[in-house]
Design a protein around this ligand. Structure first.
Ligand code: GLN
Length: 474
């Protein structure tokens, strides 16, 4: 067990000599070893982590350490770190090492965080259960017969099992929030453009965002502040001032909270609904104004999401051809065969399915019917949120319609799997931020997740209400 609640406490304990950073890092390393069966990590950077701990411990004592000094961080294996593997949990990149470091990771390192390893995920971040990985499935630490969610399953499981302080994940359609919900931790998807994507292996470039997982809101806020900001290496990163999130967590006014009727209708497990309703009731008791509203285009989110993201993926993944980097099939007679064979052998089933779907929706004759139409629907979904945020500060929904399902339960039915994202994809279509808050447990002890959504760049509101809920409602 850790002796601290959040990073702030960790730092004071180190300063007071009550905690040794080297012991702390060793604790995480041995715990990772103990929990090997959950398969959360693709790579562990033992020696580097201990070396950094020695250096940073001294800096803390000298009073010249960075904002995240000593924070033990695990990074999803789709974010580049110089000279380390970046496999995206795919056979096609299994031998690939990065030649530079992603901005998000570099920012953490520059503030003296310690990167302890890279976490398992669905191949190229495509999936909702972490069962599409060339490194094998990740098990949910709460119940090892169940999935941790996906695609950032390893990152969520690592925090839930106490294998690190904070982890990084990516969210294209829910891949931070949904696994956070299944594993019972906090996970925040920032506004599109808040965090630079430089060094993130692209899945769907107009949807992808990088964000933190943690066991508490304070650490989410501290990590987000460091991760955010304009980066010349990513032209889609926003040149908007980064608020001091960690110093602004207390609630100064009671927000208006919207409940969208489309998110609490049919198809949600009774226990999830019950869990969310309990939180809503407590918020009412605490004098929050709860306003019912409608997001009328909700029913089209999954269709629009899977058309647009597969289209972008089919283009982004064209670069893995056996020629430039990554896996190359041997024994082929000509160049075309080499491309075909390398891609056939190197990609897993789900990735191939998405490349085919994306190629189809972009092809002449189908472009207008699918791709262009889905773009229009994306605009309508964005408009729904713009209208809603004129009336309310935040929208509260379940994160997932169900709790963590059994390993293998949905692998034979991709459509059923895609429905796991029914409440999360809308935020990526609209480019808005969202957070998962652990909101109690089901009768079989599985975490129930609640989602808060905010308007673009309103992360401060998300964090303030999450902090209030963490301290007063749960
Ligand atoms: N589960 C969703 C998908 O399979 C979301 C993935 C993600 O956010 N990376 O596309």
């Amino acid at each position: 067990m850790l002796s601290y609640k959040n990073h702030k406490e960790k730092i004071s304990q180190i300063k007071e000599g009550k905690l040794s950073l080297i012991d702390n890092v060793n604790h995480f390393l041995s715990r990772i070893d103990e929990k090997k069966s959950i398969n959360a990590f693709n790579f562990i950077f033992k020696e580097d982590a201990i070396k950094s701990a020695e250096k940073i411990e001294a800096k803390i004592k000298n009073g010249n350490a960075g904002k995240l000094a000593g924070l033990a961080v695990a990074v999803k294996d789709v974010l580049a770190i110089k000279d380390k593997p970046n496999t995206c949990s795919s056979k096609i990149l299994k031998e690939f090492k990065s030649i530079y470091t992603a901005t998000a990771v570099q920012k953490l390192i520059s503030e003296d965080a310690i990167i302890i390893g890279k976490t398992n995920c669905d191949e190229f971040a495509m999936g909702s259960s972490n069962e599409n990985s060339a490194f094998g499935s990740v098990l949910n630490p709460v119940d090892e017969t169940r999935v941790p969610g996906g695609s950032s399953g390893g990152s969520a499981a690592a925090v839930a099992a106490g294998l690190c302080d904070v982890s990084l994940g990516t969210d294209t359609g829910g891949s931070i929030r949904q696994p956070a919900s299944f594993c019972g931790v906090y996970g925040l998807k920032p506004t599109y453009g808040r965090v630079s994507r430089y060094g993130l292996t692209a899945f769907a470039s107009s949807f992808d965002s990088i964000g933190p997982f943690a066991s508490n809101v304070e650490d989410i806020a501290a990590a987000l502040e460091v991760l955010s900001g304009k980066d010349d290496m990513d032209s889609t990163s926003a040149d908007i001032e980064v608020p001091d999130y960690p110093s602004n967590l207390s609630l100064d006014k009671k927000f208006k909270i919207g409940i969208a009727k489309e998110y609490l209708g049919e198809g949600i497990s009774a226990e999830v609904k019950d869990g969310i309703n309990k939180v809503i009731a407590k918020l009412k008791e605490n004098n929050f104004e709860i306003i019912e509203l409608s997001l009328p285009h909700t029913e089209y989110t999954i269709a629009a999401y899977y058309i647009l993201t597969t289209a972008e993926a089919s283009s982004n993944l064209a670069r893995y051809d056996g020629a430039r980097y990554g896996y190359r099939s041997e024994g082929v007679s000509n160049l075309l065969e080499m491309y075909k064979q390398s891609r056939s052998d190197g990609f897993g089933k789900e990735v191939k399915r998405r490349i085919m779907l994306g190629t189809y929706v972009l092809s002449a004759g189908y472009y207008d019917a699918y791709y262009r139409k889905a773009q229009k629907v994306r605009r309508l979904i964005k408009n729904d949120f713009e209208t809603a945020f004129k009336k309310v500060d935040l929208i509260l929904t379940p994160t997932s319609p169900f709790t963590a399902f059994k390993l293998g339960e949905k692998t034979s039915d991709p459509l059923e799997m895609y429905l796991s994202d029914i409440f999360t994809t809308s935020a990526n279509l609209a480019g808005i931020p969202g957070i998962n808050i652990p909101a109690g447990k089901s009768s079989d002890g599985l975490p129930i997740g609640m989602q808060l959504l905010a308007n673009q760049f309103d992360e401060t509101k998300l964090l303030k209400l999450s902090y209030y809920i963490q301290n007063n409602i749960l």
